[in-house]
Design a protein around this ligand. Structure first.
Ligand SMILES: Nc1nc2c(c(=O)[nH]1)N[C@H]1C(S)=C(S)[C@@H](COP(=O)(O)OP(=O)(O)OC[C@H]3O[C@@H](n4cnc5c(=O)[nH]c(N)nc54)[C@H](O)[C@@H]3O)O[C@H]1N2
Ligand SMILES: Nc1nc2c(c(=O)[nH]1)N[C@H]1C(S)=C(S)[C@@H](COP(=O)(O)OP(=O)(O)OC[C@H]3O[C@@H](n4cnc5c(=O)[nH]c(N)nc54)[C@H](O)[C@@H]3O)O[C@H]1N2
Ligand code: SF4
Ligand SMILES: [Mo]
Length: 702
């Protein structure tokens, strides 16, 4: 029997592609892009085109397993474990959790998850209900986007922005810290269409990406200096009166304070920090303000610096002073995720939260400080970690501390996974997880405004279970009697789509969900949010989601936190503008690989062949004095550790910057994650991770 099932790619990617899965006699035989999806338009990235190789990989975890090898030792695959039944696994986990709760309080249990699966139910839902009800430590999920989201929201109030379809109407497009060809490839056709009509594409990125190579104008910027660039642009725009005075006076707050502030940032002062000449800064500012409509695609690259929240805040001010929010093909997109007004209360049930025995709401642990949490928390110490949707033994900063924590013999670690990963290497129990072909889910997107249903295409492989099914079973085993732990997937979807009564939605935006039901989604696959006929211009007439309803160029909220209420450039504490550069003079960008997705896909042989994660990209200017030649093995080090990579002198980075790719530790030449080198320092706003504020030195290995 042959059928075609509508699914949605659930990987951590703004595009959330609509997918058609062909299933023959119960086996998926083909995945292809859904041609009916207006944004993802029937094509898939190189990674997911080969998805069946991942789904049917011999490396899948298929059964619950208990460790027999010593933690951190063994082969890193099934041979380190014995197969157990689900019943035994759930019994062991619930017994350990109960014992730990009794002895140390439930806060000694820490969930650790991120966006391995972005399906709405797989990301939170049953898992969040479970950990609230348990009274476990709560995880602040900040490893990716926290600084950018916080920075953006200080200005416009919510993570909404220009729809990708509108990029075709732009005449000036800035890709600002946005690696579009790799991380957001479905935006590209709209940019290409705009360029065919004469639009100009400008790329601002310290790394010469493929997007930069194909741009009309590439501006290599020094890492962590975007705040200064945006301030200098606003200096020019305001001084030369290129801003929209009517929009500014009607819809912004704090323009006078901003005007005064930008006086401190003339292009001549900013040029040496950014590495972009004063002349180019002026030209960029003038073009951006006068070639209309102008749109900014800013991505999370700019906010992985210590001043990342300020960077996003400063960039977000640009369309607010030029008034480009009012134009079709204008505005800015960081994320569209805030447009999906789902009923998060019904989905996650924060009301189930148990007070800790210490009488407080459960403590919150920042996921970007996992090393600290595992090694240094004492009130109570972390005694158990439950990992799902994430691979912290690769992706978390300050890797050596993270591993030191996972190696603790008294730590009980459960990992729910599709594969044996660097994190399962430290697991006491491994549980098998389904891929998005094997369960049903509801999917939003952070790069477009279509809500979708992902249907189950095939039966779960082996004894794998979805996150929802697994946490439901564990909750029941723990004896949690709340009715929400009886809900099946359709019940949870219905609850999530039900009108929300638990929080106030500004501007009547609750109507964006009007008329969207599970039945319709099942029939149609994808539905555009009910954003009205024609182009979506949320801020054409102000109506920002801030407290004042205006774009806040001056933020009382920041002032109340003791932070700068306008915005100013503070160089990252770890950068070439800091003291530390005397000892470690190079800035390392440990970037995402174009053909992996963080550490996901690193184990797929045909995708491995497409990548070169063993490389350290370095400029001639930095290679020569160190006597480093193309292909040499080098030691990349700082006070946190060292990794060994192979030098590639290729012109992708400017002098002073080196770049490496995120890769699974197990496939790295020396078995180390690049995150050996990165720090747990948090961003200025939002408590985000600072992967791109990282100083190193490099020397050849002879
Ligand atoms: N193929 C692929 N796609 C992905 C991912 C992946 O790993 N691979 N990861 C997914 C995830 S989790 C996310 S969050 C998104 C992220 O998507 P992006 O934000 O596009 O990804 P990044 O590589 O973090 O950053 C984008 C660019 O910012 C640049 N950059 C670094 N520092 C600075 C700086 O200080 N200023 C400026 N202007 N630019 C800077 C980097 O060189 C990079 O080219 O992509 C998602 N999509
Ligand atoms: N140096 C450096 N470090 C970084 C970054 C960087 O650019 N440079 N990027 C950071 C960013 S932006 C992010 S978002 C994080 C990403 O960090 P993670 O979210 O940990 O990303 P992945 O490495 O893709 O790991 C996701 C894991 O989830 C598993 N998974 C997938 N679907 C499911 C499911 O349905 N159920 C369960 N239980 N598991 C599932 C996958 O098999 C995979 O092993 O990394 C951060 N770390
Ligand atoms: S990873 Fe992104 S581009 Fe690739 S299929 Fe998934 S959503 Fe589409
Ligand atoms: Mo991310």
């Amino acid at each position: 029997m042959k059928k075609v099932v509508h699914a949605v790619c659930s990987h951590d990617c703004p595009d959330a592609c609509g997918i058609l899965v062909t299933v023959e006699d119960g086996r998926a035989t083909r995945v292809q892009g859904d041609p009916a999806h207006p944004v993802t338009q029937g094509f898939l990235c190189a990674k997911v085109t080969k998805y069946l190789e991942r789904v049917y990989s011999p490396g899948r975890v298929l059964y619950p397993m208990r460790r027999t090898a010593l933690k951190g030792e063994g082969k890193g695959d099934a041979s380190d474990f014995v197969r157990i039944s689900w019943d035994e696994a759930l019994e062991e986990i619930s017994a350990r959790f109960k014992n730990i709760s009794d002895e140390f309080g439930p806060e000694a249990i820490l969930p650790y998850s991120y966006a391995g699966n972005m399906g709405v139910l797989s990301y939170s839902g049953m898992a969040h209900r479970f950990f609230y009800r348990l009274g476990a430590s709560q995880l602040d999920r900040t490893i990716c986007a926290a600084a950018g989201a916080a920075g953006l929201q200080t200005v416009i109030g919510r993570s909404i922005g220009t729809e990708p379809q509108q990029f075709r109407d732009a005449r000036y497009i800035i890709a600002w810290g946005a690696n579009i060809h790799a991380t957001n490839v479905h935006l590209w056709p709209f940019i290409a269409e705009a360029r065919r009509k004469g639009a100009k594409l400008v790329v601002i990125d310290p790394y010469k990406t493929r997007t930069a190579q194909s741009a009309d104008w590439y501006l290599p910027i020094n890492p962590g200096t975007d705040v200064a660039l945006a301030l200098a642009m606003m200096n020019v725009i305001i001084t030369e009166k290129l801003y929209d005075a009517v929009y500014v006076s009607n819809y912004t707050l704090g323009f006078e304070q901003l005007k005064e502030r930008v006086q401190e940032y003339p292009p001549e002062r900013v040029a040496p920090w950014t590495g972009i000449s004063a002349e180019d800064i002026r030209k960029l500012a003038r073009e951006y303000a006068t070639v209309r409509p102008a749109v900014i695609r800013v991505n999370y690259g700019v906010q992985r610096s210590q001043n990342g929240g300020s960077a996003m805040r400063a960039i977000a001010m640009l369309p607010c002073i030029t008034g480009s929010w009012a134009e079709v093909g204008g505005g800015l997109q960081l994320s569209t995720s805030g447009a999906f007004y789902l009923n998060m209360h019904a989905l996650d049930r924060p009301d189930l939260m148990q007070k800790s025995p210490l009488g407080r709401a459960s403590r919150v642990v920042n996921m970007s400080e996992l090393g600290k949490a595992l090694n240094h928390l004492s009130d109570p110490p972390v005694k158990a970690v439950f990992v799902y949707n994430s691979n912290p033994a690769v992706v978390a900063p300050n890797h050596h501390d993270v591993i030191r924590g996972f190696m603790r013999r008294d730590l009980f670690t459960v990992v729910h996974e599709q594969f044996f990963t660097d994190t399962t290497t430290y697991a006491d129990i491994v549980l098998p997880a389904t891929t998005f072909l094997e369960h049903k889910d509801l999917n939003k997107a952070y790069g477009h405004t279509y809500l979708q249903i992902s249907n189950q295409a095939i039966e779960p492989l082996g004894e794998s279970r979805s996150n929802t099914d697994m946490f439901r079973a564990l909750a029941i085993r723990m004896g949690f009697a709340d009715a929400c732990f009886q809900q099946d997937t359709d019940d949870v979807i219905d609850a999530t789509l039900a009108k929300t009564e638990n929080h106030q939605i500004p501007n009547g935006w609750e109507k964006w969900m009007d008329g969207i039901t599970r039945e319709r989604l099942e029939k149609e696959g994808h539905i555009r949010l009910n954003l009205g006929e024609g182009p979506f211009l949320p801020f054409a007439k102000g109506g920002f989601a801030t407290a004042s309803g205006k774009a806040e160029l001056y933020s009382k909220k920041l002032a109340a936190q003791g932070l700068d209420p306008v915005v100013s450039f503070v160089p990252p504490g770890e950068s070439r503008l800091s003291e530390g550069a005397k000892k470690f003079p190079l800035e390392l960008l440990s970037r995402k690989a174009d053909n992996f997705l963080n550490s996901t896909f690193t184990n797929v042989p045909s995708i491995q062949k497409m990548e070169h994660p063993e490389l350290l990209e370095i400029s001639v200017a930095d290679a020569q004095p160190r006597r480093i030649q193309e292909g040499d093995w080098v030691r990349v080090f700082n006070h946190r550790g060292e990794v060994r990579l192979r030098a590639h002198v290729n012109g992708a980075v400017q002098a002073g910057v080196v770049a490496a790719r995120l890769n699974a530790s197990r496939f790295a030449p020396d078995g180390n994650s690049i995150n050996v080198l990165t720090s747990e320092t948090l961003t200025d706003i939002g408590g985000g991770a600072t992967f791109y504020s990282c100083l190193v030195e490099v020397e050849p290995i002879r």
